[in-house]
Write a protein that binds this ligand. Structure first.
Ligand SMILES: [Zn+2]
Length: 244
């Protein structure tokens, strides 16, 4: 910070909320977490900061603190854009990720998730399997939010072998005898493994593999419903992503 009350922050724009004619509140996700600021005239396509403030633009923002302690934009420098061009599945994936960040991610949980967000946008732009990318991000978001599944052992007895099911109610893997006791349906081995692969994927491996649709669809659907049940809110962009 060169001048008191001024600062520069880097981040990816995930939401623009229009205010008045051409102004907007710009919401961003950066290494330090979520932040937002007021930008005058930024909805005008001929404004100098227009490109840097578009959704999925990664930019450096030079901000001035107002007397109320809020920030307004002085100048923005576009660093990169992750907007997928003419790729419907990538667009649906982007909508899903943006909805998760804007409606389901608490500010205090956000910072560790930023590398996953950025790598997911890069993978979508490169045309990598959107559902696999989205499911990995969803799984990470649930984990930092405290809704993650335990996929290291049977959640009821601690057994590490003979795992046959994933239970939303119990919160993770179940072994054969516990699944039978709880009346939980058995799953195929590929699905059981995929749950764990997804949960353990580091951010720099997003986009390096794609799971088959018959495997990824039920996991995306199930984790989404678990997040909806845990938060009481609906993921509006889920059905379109699933049906594609
Ligand atoms: Zn067990």
């Amino acid at each position: 910070m060169a001048v008191a009350g001024n600062k520069s922050l880097k981040g990816i724009v995930y939401r623009l909320t229009p205010v008045k004619e051409k102004d907007a509140m710009v919401s961003c996700f950066g290494e330090e977490g979520l932040f937002s600021f007021y930008a005058y005239g930024v909805m005008n396509p001929s404004a100098s900061n227009y490109g840097a403030c578009q959704v999925s633009s990664e930019s450096e923002f030079f901000l001035v603190e107002s007397t109320q302690g809020a920030y307004r934009l002085k100048e923005a420098k576009l660093l990169d854009s992750y907007h997928p061009e003419d790729d419907l599945s990538a667009m649906l994936g982007l909508s899903f990720l943006i909805e998760l960040v804007s409606r389901f991610l608490a500010e205090e949980d956000a910072a560790p998730l930023f590398p996953y967000f950025k790598q997911s946008l890069i993978a979508l732009k490169e045309g990598k399997g959107a559902k696999t990318v989205c499911t990995i991000f969803l799984s990470q978001l649930m984990s930092v939010s405290g809704y993650g599944l335990n996929l290291d052992e049977c959640v009821l007895c601690g057994k590490k072998s003979d795992i046959v099911s994933v239970s939303n109610i119990q919160g993770g893997y179940l072994c054969r005898s516990c699944a039978e006791e709880e009346g939980e349906a058995k799953m195929d081995v590929a699905t059981l493994k995929a749950y764990r692969i997804i949960a353990k994927t580091p951010s720099d491996k997003i986009g390096s593999f794609e799971l088959e649709l018959k495997t990824i669809n039920p996991i995306l659907s199930n984790l989404s419903h678990l997040l909806e049940e845990s938060t009481g809110a609906k993921i509006k962009s889920l059905q379109t992503l699933l049906s594609y």
